[in-house]
Structure formats: structure tokens, C-alpha cells
Design a protein around this ligand. Structure first.
Ligand SMILES: [Zn+2]
Length: 302
């Protein structure tokens, strides 16, 4: 019943496109990469555009996500400077966004294995334009595309398990990587460490998936797990539980508004997230995208 509604919306959205801005422009300044040890041979590197995890080893290192492309060189230097660090032979992409995939070209060219959920590879094979702001993303050259994809889950040598977050919390290709020896779980943008998340419904994410993805994280983690989001500080199981409640509340309220035929602007005006503003910041953009995501989710063939 929402098919025509979404088409109308998409048409309206394309009329008001913001001017696309060039992505990947260098500011000319080297980023400051900060390193935090998470466990034995395991490090968090922040400052490259999104949190990156590196597991070192004399023979080979493993990375989860690669920051923005303009920071790939500085990030590679920071990883090489870690104790006991060998060449990076495996890179995970937690999803297709530029903050995660900026080292693909560099490491793919060097012969690394790039692991991603199959949907992430499919997105990186095509040009993408977000309808809500006109931002454009260019498809990747073959060498920079994930070269080892999976649908459900997998394991990698000693103590690394990975799996699909099939709820579509952020995109339809989200994955987690669990380092069992260090009890560290990388979740990409399926959980945010600070601020409201981007709801990328154009590539499958939706507000219901945010709730589902967080609940899935709860089943993989335990009370001592360090949960590493792509944005913000390391989270605990308790933090994720709080988030499940918050997003669950918002999801329910938006669903009720959807069923009453309300619009995204009416959802924003209704201030359904006002109880969380003090902690989370202005929710307007998040609420608008979340409401749109309900339309998108209810009309997958639109
Ligand atoms: Zn993202």
C-alpha cells in the first residue's frame, strides 16, 4: 500500500537535491591517527574517518575497516608502526560506506584478501546517489572490490569469527567480526558510539533493522566484551541494552505515526525522540530518515 507513496516521495526528493559534493577530496593535512590497545596483538586506530581495528602478527596483520581513502596512507603507516606488525593480508569491510572502504584500493592492489558480505560487494560495483542529499559514490575498480564474500558467517584462522547482521541495521551488507581471544567485537555502523546513526535506507538500512541489529549484537557479545562501533568510543553490553530500549521506543512511535498516514515532516515535528535529545543531540535528521526508511522497507519493489 505504500508503493505509490514512496514513488511520490522519491520524485519529491529528487527535485530538492542538494548540490553533490566531491567525495574524497584531500584537505592537504595528514590525519592524526590515535592508537589504543584492546587486547593481545589487537589495536583500535581512530582518526582515519572511522574506527579501524588491527590484529598484528609477524607473518600477517588483519584489519577491520580501512578509514577514508585520503587517509589510507597515514593509516597504513600507523598499522605498520604497531608492535609485531607484519603486512596486512586480510581486510574486512563491515559495509560499503567510504569511511570503511578507503583502504580497499591500496590493500587490494597489494594482494590482500578483502572480506565482505556479498551485498557489500554488489554495492561497491555500482554508482550510488543518496536521494536525500544528492551525495554520490563512485563504483570501485575491480582490484578494490571485496574478493572473498559470504552470505551468513565464517571463520578466519585462530580466533576470528565473522557473520552477517542480516537485520539491515545500517545497510543490507553489515557484518560483525569477533576476536574471541581478546573478547572484542567489531560491529561497524550497526551500533553507534556517539550521536544518531545515518539511516541509509537507499542501500537497505532501516529503523527496525537498527533494533534488530542491536539485539543480534547482544547474542554475540557477553558482559565483558568490548564492542567497537565505527563511530565513537568502545561500548559495553550494557550500553547496547540501553540503545535497544531507546531505538525500540522510537521505532514503535514512528510505526504508529506511519499507520496513521503521517509524513516524515510530521514525524519530526512530533518530537518522538525528545527524551533522548540531551544525551544524543538534535534528532531531526535521524527521525526524518528513519520515517522514510519505514516507507522504503514497506515497499521493497518501489
Ligand atoms: Zn556507514
Amino acid at each position: 500500500m505504500f508503493v505509490s507513496t514512496r514513488r511520490t516521495f522519491l520524485k519529491a526528493a529528487s527535485v530538492g537535491l542538494a548540490a553533490p559534493f566531491a567525495f574524497g577530496q584531500s584537505s592537504g593535512q595528514a590525519p592524526k591517527i590515535e592508537t589504543t590497545q584492546l587486547g593481545d596483538n589487537l589495536y583500535l586506530l581512530s582518526g582515519a574517518g572511522g574506527n579501524v581495528i588491527a590484529r598484528t602478527g609477524a607473518d600477517s596483520a588483519v584489519m577491520v575497516d580501512g578509514g577514508l581513502a585520503q587517509n589510507a596512507g597515514a593509516l597504513a603507516q600507523a598499522v605498520a608502526a604497531l608492535p609485531n606488525s607484519g603486512p596486512v593480508k586480510t581486510l574486512f569491510n563491515t559495509h560499503w560506506h567510504p569511511e570503511q572502504t578507503g583502504s580497499n584500493a591500496r590493500l587490494g592492489t597489494a594482494g590482500a584478501t578483502i572480506i565482505a558480505q556479498e551485498n557489500t560487494r554488489l554495492w561497491l560495483q555500482q554508482n550510488i546517489t543518496w536521494p536525500w542529499n544528492g551525495q554520490k559514490f563512485k563504483k570501485f575498480a575491480k582490484v578494490a572490490q571485496p574478493n572473498k564474500t559470504f552470505y551468513d558467517k565464517g571463520t578466519l584462522d585462530s580466533g576470528i569469527r565473522y557473520g552477517y547482521i542480516s537485520d539491515a541495521a545500517h545497510t543490507d551488507g553489515d557484518l560483525y567480526v569477533y576476536f574471541s581471544q581478546q573478547n572484542v567485537l567489531a560491529v561497524g555502523d550497526a551500533a553507534y558510539g556517539q550521536g544518531w546513526p545515518v539511516v541509509d535506507w537507499w542501500t537497505g538500512g532501516w529503523i527496525g533493522g537498527i533494533v534488530g541489529g542491536l539485539q543480534r549484537i547482544l547474542t554475540v557479545a557477553n558482559k565483558d566484551t568490548k564492542i567497537v562501533p565505527a563511530v565513537g568510543p568502545v561500548l559495553s553490553l550494557a550500553d547496547i541494552t540501553v540503545q535497544v530500549d531507546m531505538y525500540g521506543t522510537i521505532f514503535d512511535k514512528l510505526n504508529q505515526m506511519l499507520n496513521k498516514g503521517r509524513s516524515p515532516s510530521e514525524a519530526v515535528e512530533a518530537k518522538v525522540a525528545k527524551d533522548f535529545e540531551a544525551k544524543m543531540g538534535n534528532p531531526d535528521e535521524f527521525i526524518r530518515r528513519s520515517f522514510e526508511s519505514l516507507w522504503a522497507y514497506n515497499s521493497p519493489d518501489a
